[in-house]
Design a protein around this ligand. Sequence first.
Ligand code: SAM
Length: 200
Amino acid sequence: MPPTDAPAGPDWWLMLRAFWRRGRQVASFAPSSRAMARAMLRGIDFESTRCVVELGAGTGPVTAEVAARLRPGTTFVAVELDPVLCARLKARFPHLDVVQADAARLDELLAGRGVRQVDHVLSGLPLPSFPAAERDSLLAAAARVLSPAGTFRQLTVMPWVYYPLYRRSFDDVRFHFVAANLPPGGVYVCRGYRGGAGST
Ligand SMILES: C[S@@+](CC[C@H](N)C(=O)[O-])C[C@H]1O[C@@H](n2cnc3c(N)ncnc32)[C@H](O)[C@@H]1O
């Protein structure tokens, strides 16, 4: 049963309003398309995946694709800072572990759930808008819990622009372009964390 304080209106309207209220903290005026959400998960073998974490889930386009692929016994946590967007997520996915929190608390959120290792971190966070120290701290926290073959995946609506930023932090960065999104964008798939990127 969805919570009674679930926000009204379509997802695009909630995102547009969140963008209006919080600008660079939301960084997108529309939810990701299904094509973008699927690109985020490209190559993930959900049969062997034990834990997935999503940061900056918004209204849940990526969450929905994860939910459709989750196997029994796989841990999934979706984190969203904005209370209205998070209320939408909780109403839409009452069976999932959705938490309203700052992704900066990743260590604490995982420890509280007994999670020691994560296979994939899916980030919709507007990382380039974060102060460099906060961005580095977030990437380091994700890297600490990622399994050796784990990936850090980052959505973007500015294709290739921030490639150098992720390349400074990870040994291996691949970019998958997604034309079918408003605006067109893509996903960075990063492996092998090697330390803070510093300023852009
Ligand atoms: C570009 S939107 C992406 C939303 C969604 N993943 C999608 O693809 O449509 C960025 C999201 O990150 C959330 N966000 C920003 N800073 C955050 C933080 N520190 N912790 C958790 N979520 C955050 C915003 O509220 C927003 O929902």
